[in-house]
Design a protein around this ligand. Sequence first.
Ligand SMILES: Cc1cc2nc3c(=O)[nH]c(=O)nc-3n(C[C@H](O)[C@H](O)[C@H](O)COP(=O)(O)O)c2cc1C
Length: 195
Amino acid sequence: MDSIDTIILPAARRTGGMPVMEALAARRSSRDFDTSRSLDLQTLGDLLWAAWGINRTKGRTAPSSHNRQEIELYIFLATGVYRYDATAHVLVRLFKDDMRAATGTQPFVGSAPVEIALISDTSKIIGKTPQGVTEATYADTGFICENIYLFCASENLATVARALVPKEELAARLRLRDSQIITLVQTVGYPAQNR
Ligand SMILES: Cc1cc2nc3c(=O)[nH]c(=O)nc-3n(C[C@H](O)[C@H](O)[C@H](O)COP(=O)(O)O)c2cc1C
């Protein structure tokens, strides 16, 4: 992948993959990654589209409470940290540093090619109590995570959703606004060969 500031992702392949019942049968968390293998752009783009892409006019592959679409995906690669712009289906680089290891405390974190931070812009959720905002944002996060799990099962990728994230430190490094909450981070890569 080039060190460029915007990565134009190939149009997502909206067909094929594993039948959904087989993907559900294969879904699991894995923490053993092939550290030498990264995702090609087509696979990365398909992954992000499956997670939280646009699948119809203004609609997404995952539901969101009141259709607020408040979750943003920050993508951590060796070449930097990017925001997934689902409408343009591109990655916009925010930082040039490799911050993958800063997304967690477990030993495997940083060894996989991709970390996806789910970050809720809670300012987009209006008319709810603080508890309602929390409930909506974590429910909406869960749908996206399951989409990632099912895509990974279908593509024989390894993945794990993680709440063990140093959220305050990471938010500071990402220079998040107070309204932005890191909900989960999901690690994605190819499975270790010796599994
Ligand atoms: C909200 C949530 C937080 C999680 N946080 C972590 C985590 O920080 N680290 C980790 O290794 N696994 C984490 N997991 C993965 C769970 O440990 C895993 O889903 C569970 O053990 C069941 O295993 P399975 O996904 O293979 O069915 C998390 C899962 C969820 C749903």
